[in-house]
Design a binder for this molecule. Structure first.
Ligand SMILES: C[C@H](N)C(=O)N[C@@H](CCCCN)C(=O)O
Length: 462
């Protein structure tokens, strides 16, 4: 073994945290577009005459290509074969193309008369754009996870992952809080003095931000190349190339399946919920539509500080499996309370959203850094890709399910364009996902005891 001659680039705190800042910013831009349509749901219904089913179909498009065309699995293979630079840049380009198409469809720059497969053509075009974007942002997520492992392995891995997620949540928060004011800024003043928001304006802002995010990642590719060269010079152990056999090794691992199941169940009760949360605030808590996005925005705000905090706790004290169990319990309590017909006050909704923020910090901060404890490092890219693929079934299916349930069973007035829904049933569905997630988290803790993954052990070895 050649002696390590020079300080490695990732030994420099400034360098590794700087790298994290660059790639996390790219993710922030991606998460902004992911959720930008949520606060606009009532306006989509009022101005573009979409209904909840249209919105559900559009939202579910995020996972179409990832799930059915296996784009995430191919993405994982490409990542392991071609490396982070090629895969990350391709992902950024896909995000920009997808966002551009979505913007053009919503702004009416691209139109097709009539319907496509029985759906409004505008909904289909916007959905296809969102589906292309979904491939890009998910592959970017896997790539960034691999980049973080590359730079932080044996260092502050969970803290770094927590900070990356926190930065990405800032994008969600921007989507929830900035979208409506921005749409109003460019809106039209109506004869009665009210302002009709400009729905495409926030999408254009996202497009600009995604271009900036892509430039950020482009800058990272130069740093990554230097790091690879340094690792080569230092004759450090290189990553083993991808082999098809790795997929089978990963899927034969019971711990992998428990994490993947926990991931799809937990995230199905959070991300799809966020897509409807603004509408829930309007319909159940009677918050003014122009302010309603502010309450769901508190969820990512809390996670901003708490995800790195719990990540750091896991790094130093362990208890990963227990953290996931507590998070799942809190998720159940929040959704159940959202479902019950009590305290229909904005402050109670705000309180629940804050508690949900804590739950949404606990589970991800422990779950993602637990993957390297269950899966050998050389199969990590594939494992993350497969987990994301399983998760995407939920991210795709649940919004469509909720949209259908709202349209079919929860309409209060039956009129399109007035958005009046009873959210009790959707909230019970989200509670059900929480209960299933808790069950899987308990199984994971039992499996950890049996197989000795070390989920309850600290990540930083003394
Ligand atoms: C939506 C995406 N598939 C996802 O699960 N994102 C996670 C972060 C995963 C990255 C772990 N290093 C999230 O909580 O946003």
């Amino acid at each position: 073994m050649t002696e390590k001659l020079e300080k490695m680039m990732n030994d420099s705190k400034a360098m590794r945290w700087g790298v994290l800042t660059l790639v996390a910013f790219t993710m922030l831009c991606g998460y902004f577009l992911t959720d930008v349509m949520a606060p606009l749901k009532p306006m989509l219904e009022a101005q573009l005459l979409w209904d909840s089913m249209d919105y559900g179909i559009f939202t579910s498009a995020y996972g179409w290509f990832n799930v059915f065309l296996l784009m995430l699995i191919f993405g994982g293979i490409i990542l392991d074969k071609m490396g982070v630079r090629f895969t990350g840049m391709s992902a950024c380009i896909l995000m920009v193309i997808g966002c551009a198409l979505k913007y053009c469809a919503i702004a009416g720059h691209i139109t097709i008369d009539g319907t496509i497969l029985g759906m409004k053509s505008q909904v289909v075009l916007a959905a296809v754009g969102y589906a292309i974007f979904g491939v890009g942002v998910e592959i970017a997520g896997i790539t960034v996870s691999k980049i973080i492992v590359k730079w932080f392995k044996g260092k502050e891995l969970a803290l770094a992952m927590g900070l990356e997620m926190a930065t990405a949540r800032l994008g969600t928060m921007l989507a929830m809080s900035v979208t409506i004011p921005f749409a109003k800024l460019f809106g039209t003043t109506m004869p009665d003095g009210s302002i009709q928001p400009d729905i495409p304006a926030p999408l254009l802002l996202c497009l600009v931000m995604l271009c900036i995010g892509a430039v950020g990642f482009f800058i990272y590719t130069f740093i990554d190349r230097k790091f690879d060269e340094q690792q080569n010079e230092e004759n450090m152990e290189q990553e083993e190339p991808f082999r098809a056999k790795d997929i089978f090794l990963v899927i034969a691992n019971k711990g992998f399946w428990l994490i993947a199941l926990l991931c799809v169940l937990f995230y199905s009760a959070v991300f799809p919920f966020l897509k409807y949360a603004t509408d829930l605030m309007v319909n159940k808590y009677e918050v003014d539509a122009s302010l309603a996005g502010m309450i769901p925005a508190l969820l990512p705000l809390g996670t901003l500080f708490l995800t790195p905090f719990f990540g750091n706790l896991y790094d130093r004290k362990g208890k990963g499996a227990t953290i996931m169990i507590i998070g799942a319990m809190m998720l159940i309590a929040v959704h159940f309370l959202f479902a019950l017909p009590l305290l229909n006050e904005w402050w109670f909704a705000t309180f629940l959203m804050i508690v949900l923020g804590v739950a949404f910090s606990l589970v991800p901060s422990a779950m993602w850094p637990s993957v390297p404890k269950v899966i050998p490092e050389k199969q990590l890219g594939t494992a993350y890709a497969l987990i994301f693929w399983v998760q995407n079934w939920g991210l795709m299916g649940v919004p469509a399910l909720i949209g259908w349930v709202l349209n079919t069973y929860c309409r209060l007035d039956g009129e399109v364009g007035t958005s009046a829904y009873d959210y009790t049933l959707p909230m019970y569905i989200f509670t059900g996902f929480g209960v299933a997630a808790l069950f899987v988290a308990l199984l994971l803790k039992r499996e950890d005891k049996k197989c000795g993954y070390g989920l309850e052990e600290p990540n930083i070895q003394k």
